[in-house]
Design a protein around this ligand. Structure first.
Ligand SMILES: [Zn+2]
Ligand SMILES: [Zn+2]
Length: 301
């Protein structure tokens, strides 16, 4: 679905000619459908944004006149060491990740092999591509529906009308959820070169958002930033940022594979570890399914 004829044309010119299944749209044996089906069955939550982002990257190169330009662009996303990639893939696919990654690679190759990108289709190259999308893929949280609901909240209404409108909205969400699952507020996943260069800080001086309700990502300063000062965003949401240094480090280590040394973490380094209340929280957290957090990162904002 496209918002306008221009968007549709732009997609067709960049990648969609390769990805368009045409009359095979519902054919379970079409290679792209097999790939998406395999992805849904190995990955929770069952969205297809991430695997289709990888497919779009290949399709874009396939369609491009200047293939090298795109290959150079994609290579700007930070690359991890082999053991780190392995950890990310494990995190995304769970314990059976090796076999599943190989299955996905086979289906991906069947659907999309491209000579100019032959390295992406090797076991090592596919793992790298997968890890790249896993760590840099930014959920694009745009929802015209949530905007409309916010606008409704702001209306001045008689109590009776308010009640009726609220009941309608509740029912609407229930109906949509029944049809689409819980992925209302995310329309996809994207890669952003500049944003992916921004390091994390637990006291960020900038934040990212999608205020225009499309794929345009905005980076907005949260305070005055001096020339030469590093622009940092937070990879943690605001609730996670309020947690103890120990908890923050755990989330960052598991999902992004680094140890934070932002000013806040440095300042807290000497403090006694955690309060008792928080320690209880943490024990609960250990029991959560391990892949929950990175999964969120790939689908939601
Ligand atoms: Zn559009
Ligand atoms: Zn920090």
């Amino acid at each position: 679905m496209y918002c306008s004829a221009e968007c549709r044309l732009a997609a067709a010119e960049q990648y969609h000619q390769v990805l368009c299944p045409g009359p095979s749209q519902d054919d379970p044996l079409h290679p792209l459908n097999k790939l998406q089906e395999a992805w849904r069955s190995v990955h929770y939550p069952p969205e297809t944004a991430s695997i289709m982002l990888m497919a779009r990257m290949v399709a874009t190169v396939k369609q491009a006149k200047d293939k090298d330009r795109w290959i150079r662009l994609f290579s700007q996303f930070c690359n991890k060491m082999a053991n780190e990639e392995e950890e990310i893939v494990h995190k995304l696919l769970g314990d059976k990740f090796k076999g599943q990654l190989e299955l996905l690679r086979r289906l991906f190759t069947e659907a999309l092999y491209e000579e100019a990108l032959s390295q992406w289709f090797t076991p090592d190259g596919f793992r790298s591509l997968f890890a790249l999308v896993g760590t840099n893929g930014q959920g694009i949280g745009t929802s015209s529906l949530s905007q409309w609901v916010h606008a409704c909240d702001a209306l001045e209404l008689k109590p009776q009308d308010r009640e009726q409108l609220d009941a309608f909205i509740d029912q609407l969400y229930k109906d949509i959820e029944a049809a689409t699952g819980e992925f209302l507020n995310c329309e996809g996943s994207g890669l952003f070169v500049l944003q992916s260069c921004c390091n994390h800080s637990c006291v960020p001086n900038a934040e990212t958002s999608f205020p225009e309700n499309n794929f345009l990502l905005h980076v907005t300063a949260l305070e005055d930033i001096k020339p030469g000062e590093e622009i940092c965003i937070s990879y943690l949401d605001c609730c996670q940022r309020e947690r103890s240094r120990h908890s923050r480090h755990k989330i960052l280590r598991e999902n992004y594979l680094f140890v934070c040394s932002c000013p806040k973490c440095l300042a807290e380094a000497d403090e006694p570890n955690v309060t008792s209340e928080e320690e209880e929280d943490e024990e609960e957290e250990e029991g959560e399914p391990e892949d929950a957090e990175l999964g969120d990162e790939m689908t939601d904002v």
